[in-house]
Design a protein around this ligand. Structure first.
Ligand SMILES: NC(=O)c1ccc[n+]([C@@H]2O[C@H](COP(=O)([O-])OP(=O)(O)OC[C@H]3O[C@@H](n4cnc5c(N)ncnc54)[C@H](OP(=O)(O)O)[C@@H]3O)[C@@H](O)[C@H]2O)c1
Length: 339
């Protein structure tokens, strides 16, 4: 295994905590929306933790598999049962098996402007269909920190006590998703966790990779959204799986991200040292940013295992050793909520 392959493989090794939790999770696990940017990582962690804990769970991965990128084959080779399904088709949704644990990763973000009706259907209507079908399951529903407004840096990041105030129709439809899962959690006594994530960082995409690529290629970096919260994707996936154990009714809302508010300028300067480059900045830091306080998640699961310094080191090594990238920018710089 070469260096790049070993870095990739490290994303799929479950922690002891995850393996221990897997022993306590009763029943099989179905991942809805498995073919997206995080799904393969999460599904492999579920499967490997299940194998390691000898809990003999059946793991399902479901999506339309709309991109022919080999994900379905990779999941199958791991022993995960894949099902091709368009959740918006009543017949296809009806045909899905009932499973005790559901991790819901479906969402629609980029292209929302001009397709607002579709975004609301996927992000707000579909959750009702899923919550009804899986009313007897435990559900972890992925959401986003975009449900919070941009906040003043001087006032600090919002925690779960802070009321959401979604900016733009993408964020509003995601708040709709949360509210619908909350409603059905109460109505049907379905244990649910709302998993409000801010920026998963993978080897191949995410804010850290974007800044690294900009420094390496001497592309300008807009500093207006000068700060962000990020979390290593493997840590985020582990917390999502472990969230099955803290699902409750009413739904348990958990902000999920890293502990520090990262300065984009600072991060670019660290990459510049590694690549022997001078970063090109445009604009200057605004005093408001999209932030999230994940202290509740850290109290439940512990701090994420991968630090921001490690993310920078790993991302540099990945790029310098010819690791590939996915061309799916986060658009974290967006300040009007228009995606
Ligand atoms: N990645 C991040 O940093 C981040 C940050 C905050 C929040 N989130 C949220 O976390 C979740 C997972 O993130 P992600 O980056 O993996 O999302 P993603 O790349 O957008 O993946 C979405 C998944 O939903 C599936 N899907 C969409 N419409 C479907 C339909 N009608 N029927 C069946 N499957 C459908 C897609 O697969 P097909 O097209 O193949 O069906 C894909 O598997 C998303 O809800 C996202 O909004 C992610």
């Amino acid at each position: 295994m070469n260096y790049v392959e070993s870095l990739k493989e490290s994303m799929y090794i479950p922690s002891e905590e995850l393996v221990d939790d897997m022993k306590e999770i009763d029943g099989d696990i179905m991942i809805l929306g498995v073919s997206g940017k995080m799904g393969l990582n999460l599904a492999k962690l579920v499967k490997r933790a299940s194998n390691k804990s000898e809990s003999m769970k059946k793991i399902y991965g479901v999506a339309r598999f709309s991109e022919s990128d080999g994900i379905r084959e990779e999941l199958e080779s791991e022993g995960i049962e894949t099902i091709k399904c368009d959740f918006m088709s009543e017949n296809q949704l009806e045909g899905l098996p009932k499973v005790k644990n559901v991790i819901y990763m479906v969402g629609y973000k980029f292209g929302t402007v001009g397709n607002e009706d579709y975004a609301w259907a996927i992000n707000s209507y579909l959750p009702g269909r899923i919550a009804s079908k899986y009313k007897d399951s435990n559900i972890v529903a992925f959401s986003t920190g975009c449900v919070y407004p941009l906040v003043k840096m001087s006032e600090g990041a919002p925690s779960e006590e802070f009321p959401p105030e979604a900016v733009g129709e993408y964020a509003q439809s995601c708040l709709g998703r949360e509210r619908i899962f909350q409603y059905f959690s109460k109505q049907n006594k379905t244990p649910t966790t709302i998993f409000r994530l801010n920026y998963a960082i993978d080897l191949r995409y995410g804010i850290v990779s974007e800044i690294a690529q900009s420094v390496l290629n001497e592309w300008p970096i807009d500093l207006t959204m000068g700060h962000a919260n990020v979390i290593w994707q493997k840590d985020a996936c582990e917390m999502a799986i472990r969230s099955l154990r803290v699902a409750s009714t009413p739904a348990n809302i958990i902000n999920v991200t890293g502990p520090e508010t990262v300065s984009i300028r600072w991060m670019a300067e660290r990459f510049a040292e590694k690549f022997n480059k001078t970063p090109k900045f445009i604009g200057s830091e605004s005093d408001i940013a999209l932030l999230s306080n994940a202290s509740k998640a850290h109290a439940i699961f512990g701090y994420p295992k991968t630090t921001i310094r490690e993310m920078i080191d790993i991302t540099s090594e990945w790029l310098l050793n010819g690791g590939d990238t996915i061309d799916k920018p986060t658009h974290f710089q967006e300040r009007q909520g228009k995606y």
